[in-house]
Write a new protein. Structure first.
Length: 246
């Protein structure tokens, strides 16, 4: 069941979200768009603050961001000169039939009403167009990263996604999986700041927020792999799920 309160909570932290959330490896975005040519028409669905939009633009493609949260759209416009996102969601995309060569989704597919979204995405895509949700997931095979996820109430991980994202419905062919790795260097304050952009934190009461921050700072200060460091390297597994429209 989609939690709409959490799904639309990010606008309150849009600037910090844009500053602290990890970027997508260029190799992952290239793989998602493989075979579409040099100037594909790409829809970034659930575009947020434009982190994925900017990666796609850097590869020379045309991008139309679509995002339901006005706070996130405002941050996208501020951070991405010349690009304006459209107000809309995965279940109602404000574009005509066959308008896109590809629909990408960064960190947002788990918020979709999948059956309705799959039909709408298929409508917007041309025949043989690409649909590709992408996630940056913490590499919780590292013990302290797993503990960080527990403290911040981040339940989904790479293995959960691999098990659950297996089909995009009858309009799409088989789902292919690409996996890429990266590390993001952050100060302790930046790690805590990034956790403040998570949906659990944004919708929690103040006492719960304070408990998360206290436990995070204790972990970062005392864990033997981290104690005494000014900066930590947070490892990620970037997953790309790719399928063609029939």
């Amino acid at each position: 069941m989609v939690n709409h309160t959490q799904a639309l909570s990010f606008g309150a932290a849009a600037a910090e979200y844009d500053r602290l959330r990890p970027r997508y490896p260029q190799a992952a975005v290239r793989w998602a768009l493989q075979g579409l040519g040099d100037a594909a028409r790409v829809v970034d669905l659930g575009a947020g603050t434009g982190i994925l939009t900017r990666e796609v633009l850097a590869l020379g493609h045309e991008v139309t961001p679509v995002e339901p949260d006005p706070g996130m759209r405002a941050q996208l416009a501020a951070a991405t000169p010349g690009v304006e996102s459209l107000a809309g969601g995965a279940e109602s995309v404000p574009l005509p039939d066959g308008a896109a060569d590809a629909v990408l989704v960064g960190q947002a597919y788990h918020w979709f009403d999948r059956e309705r979204a799959h039909a709408e995405i298929a409508r917007v895509l041309r025949t043989d167009g690409t649909f590709a949700p992408i996630w940056n997931t913490r590499d919780d095979r590292v013990e302290w990263v797993a503990e960080l996820g527990r403290i911040a109430h981040m339940d989904s991980n790479a293995d959960n996604l691999i098990e659950s994202v297996t089909t995009f419905g009858p309009a799409f062919g088989d789902v292919e999986l690409g996996e890429f790795s990266q590390r993001t260097a952050l100060t302790v304050d930046e790690v805590v700041g990034m956790m403040r952009t998570r949906s659990y934190y944004l919708t929690a009461d103040r006492s719960s927020q304070e408990a998360v921050e206290r436990e995070l700072r204790d972990l970062l200060a005392t864990h033997p792999d981290l104690a005494g460091r000014d900066r930590v390297e947070l490892p990620y597994r970037t997953l790309v799920f790719r399928a063609r429209r029939r």
